[in-house]
Design a protein around this ligand. Structure first.
Ligand code: ADP
Ligand code: MG
Length: 326
């Protein structure tokens, strides 16, 4: 199913600034779109509006072209997963997953046996076979989020809305779950909106990334394009480590890995002094003081840096391979 968000505006009572302020975007049928933005930028509000948990003051949400303003949450057929797993603590995994089906109106409710069979199928899909009779307290955080996802999928939703579903988990588990979710999506093909404030997560997971800032859509594009052609200074600054060059002409940015260190005096390179060198795993961050004024940070492979022979205090050339100007 396709979702059109058309000029959506929502201001909460008592606040002066709209939480979402004229957002226009489309999520294609079967697409996985990440909503990426800092805390407070309106991501959750937009997701809740799609789910029917908030009403818009202007604009529309359309499911397959149909305005859903008149449909309450129950009739929108959305699966929702939040950052903090809201599993029922006194129910087993199997009953948690079957819950959405068991509370359907009698006319459309499957039999108990059918619900259990469907729940088992979903548990297999999220790779938790053998955990059916456990309670949430007997699971790890990552396993609980997979149960939450199975529960959301059990009702066969038209749309899957995931609000920082891995946000409370540690980095390693988050990374594993991210890949796992991508594979799951490729198999099931649900139209999915995935909220995150983690740019790496968004870039790795999504078909397209929508960057939201202060209630507005800055840009929506496939990850590679967002990175190569940021439409606004905000997008450029938000995606990865970037330097702003002091130029009178306007905002000019250069990414840390697009600065190469060359011998001082190399034509086209800017004269600089190495101020500090910080190790960051396989990479190093090299802080440079430019002779023309201003500091920039270069990022390079530790072995490449070692090969230059430069250390703190060295006079170097900073060759800027690429800039982004606005
Ligand atoms: P995000 O999910 O990107 O962190 P939110 O959508 O939660 O952002 O919030 C966007 C803005 O709306 C914030 O300024 C937040 O304080 C405000 N806001 C969110 N929910 C409410 C609410 N129920 N009442 C009043 N203000 C709210
Ligand atoms: Mg939020």
């Amino acid at each position: 199913m396709r979702i059109d968000i058309v000029n959506a505006v929502k201001t909460f009572k008592g606040s002066e600034r709209p939480a979402i302020n004229g957002i226009d975007m489309t999520v294609g049928d079967g697409e996985l779109v990440a909503l990426l933005g800092p805390s407070g930028s309106g991501k959750t509000t937009l997701l809740r509006a799609i789910a029917g948990l908030e009403t818009l003051e202007a604009g529309e949400i359309r499911f397959d072209g149909v305005n859903v303003a008149g449909r309450d949450t129950r009739d929108r057929n959305v699966g929702f997963v939040f950052q903090h797993y809201a599993l029922f603590r006194t129910m087993t995994v199997l009953d948690n997953v079957g819950f959405g089906l068991s509370v359907r109106p009698r006319a459309s409710r499957p039999s108990k046996a059918e619900i259990r069979a469907r729940a088992r199928e979903l548990i297999r899909l999220v790779q938790l076979e053998g955990y059916e009779e456990r309670f949430p307290a007997q699971l790890s955080g990552g396993q609980r989020q997979r149960v939450a996802l199975a529960r959301a999928l059990a009702i066969d939703p038209a749309v899957l809305l995931l609000d920082e579903p891995f946000g409370a988990l540690d980095a390693k588990v988050r990374k594993d779950l991210r890949r796992w979710l991508r594979e799951l999506h490729d198999r099931t093909g649900h139209t999915t909106l995935f909220v995150t404030h983690d740019q790496e997560e968004a870039l790795e997971l999504a078909d397209r990334v929508a960057v939201i800032n202060a209630g507005r859509l800055e840009q929506i594009a496939p990850p590679a394009e967002l990175y190569a052609r940021p439409a606004t200074p905000f997008v450029c600054e938000f995606l990865g480590s970037v330097n702003r060059l002091a130029t009178p002409a306007g905002a000019v940015y250069v990414r840390a890995h697009e600065i190469e260190l060359v011998p001082p005096g190399t034509p086209e390179a800017r004269a600089a002094i190495v101020v500090a060198v910080r190790a960051a795993g396989p990479r190093v961050h090299v802080e440079l003081e430019l002779a023309e004024g201003g500091r920039v940070e270069a990022e390079l492979l530790a072995e490449d840096f070692a090969a230059t022979g430069f250390t703190a205090g060295s006079a170097v050339g900073a060759a800027i391979r690429r800039t982004h100007a606005f």
